[in-house]
Design a protein around this ligand. Sequence first.
Ligand SMILES: NC(=O)c1ccc[n+]([C@@H]2O[C@H](COP(=O)([O-])OP(=O)(O)OC[C@H]3O[C@@H](n4cnc5c(N)ncnc54)[C@H](OP(=O)(O)O)[C@@H]3O)[C@@H](O)[C@H]2O)c1
Length: 293
Amino acid sequence: MRVVIIGCGYVGLPLGAELARRGHTVVGVRRSAEGDDELRAAGITPMTADVTQPETLAALPGRFDWVVNAVSSTKGGAPEYRAVYLEGTRHLLDWLAAHPPQQYIHLSSTSVYGQTDGALVDETAATAPAGETSQILVETEQLLRTAASERGFPAVILRAAGIYGPGRGHLFQQFLRDEARIAGDGSRVLNMIHRDDLVGAIIAALEHGQRGEIYNAADDESVSQMDFFRWLATKLSKPLPPFAGEAENAARKRGLTNKRVVNGKLKTALRYAFTYPTFREGYASEIARLGLL
Ligand SMILES: NC(=O)c1ccc[n+]([C@@H]2O[C@H](COP(=O)([O-])OP(=O)(O)OC[C@H]3O[C@@H](n4cnc5c(N)ncnc54)[C@H](OP(=O)(O)O)[C@@H]3O)[C@@H](O)[C@H]2O)c1
């Protein structure tokens, strides 16, 4: 297959490397040419374009069989989300209109689930998040699902949980720096996926994903923040972090969700088998990589 990965970063680069290893021809798109050598070393042909600038997409050569959109707004607020995810997706749809690919994977987020009651959420659960940035992700999904239903555009949506892996994992890194704080009573639930499993899930979606379908990409174990820190504390023989103060909790509370993301559809419909079924295996691997034990 000729594959293009739009946003060839933390997830896109190892995805491209794995697809190239499997014999596909892979193009990796970023806004700047700075990391081109890194892409080439992974067997990926680097190209530059910016999804917020449609003329730069039009200048990309060739047609593609598989397209993966793994562009990130690199945090940012609502205006950046709107430009990169919603308008960026609109531009990608326009660009691909003349030569639609066989498969198009869009990386969305489990933040589209706004539930705050610890509910189990599968792909049929309501997506009515309180935060504006998450609402923009919902609108982006809707744009793609409309394109799929009205004109057969081969969009498949993966809702990724919190991505961790080599060099990534916000709470883990805070814990290592002794800067972590337990929020509230520690009962807020975390949903995660190891980067390598997200790469595997994207490949499974490229191979088996159904047009217009949505798949949650989270691992097998939703875990409370308290249990996550307990596991790290035991594993690394360190004390539990202190509880956050009232002011810190109040500042954090707005927009926080609390839900357990269900991954059954990924495992059955996409036939995906996890390398790191829970954070325990994934962080054990990262702890070993860092030589912390
Ligand atoms: N982090 C999480 O926990 C999480 C959770 C759920 C979903 N996701 C989603 O997962 C996807 C992959 O995330 P990631 O961690 O791999 O992101 P990342 O490391 O920040 O990589 C994003 C890539 O996109 C490129 N990029 C950014 N803006 C662009 C633009 N306007 N046009 C073209 N390329 C652009 C960046 O390169 P340049 O800066 O050189 O352009 C970079 O290579 C994203 O869609 C993200 O929203 C992430």
